[in-house]
Design a protein around this ligand. Sequence first.
Ligand SMILES: [Mn+2]
Length: 241
Amino acid sequence: MPQDILFISDLHLSLDKPEITRRFIHFLENRAPQASALYILGDLFDAWIGDDDFTPPNGAIRKHLKQLTDSGTRVYLQLGNRDFLLGQRFSQDTGVVLLGDYTVIDLFGTPTLLTHGDLLCTDDIPYQTFRTQSRTLEWQQNVLSKPLLVRLLAARWYRLRSFFHKRKKSQDIMDVNQDTVIDTLQKYGCFRLIHGHTHRPAIHNLTIDGQPAQRFVLAAWHKQAGDALSWNQDTYQREVI
Ligand SMILES: [Mn+2]
């Protein structure tokens, strides 16, 4: 079987949703080993409060990712808006390679831009302000220096608050800004973009500098059954997990 490349995002793994953890472990054991590479484009975890947190399901996920990378499938991970505190220790424990917010890969001969997707939602100004602030070393050191129990409680509170907050925001500002998409593709010299975050799986056709371009939006696992985008030399397809 020719080896393919898989893309997934927005699993939002958490203790509250054990069926998604089970499905992901099944995917890591049965589907992912057939691929040469697996790209996880952010929000693998619904919350990440530091690499020293081994509360379930983090330990099991680490173990299965490590088994996969040991078996020869390369695994790459971008950080999402929920798990951006994930760091080098997690990477060392699992063999997973952390990627930058924007990464261009050569996908069977076509330069392809990968990103979580939150940076493209430029209409949500309060979020972008928080994002900038929370990516500073000072902010992160301040959070990570708190005792684990304090961080666990704060994460619970933050998730609850974000749940109510999100319901008030309009659907439009939660989606990507089209101008930002085009500017970003032009900046990176790509005509293909793969991202997640918006939980609106689709394949959008657009035109950049008179050339056709495509934007692939990955599905969230907590809404749908969970799916992966797979590519090989000839074609791509969505696979239900
Ligand atoms: Mn997200």
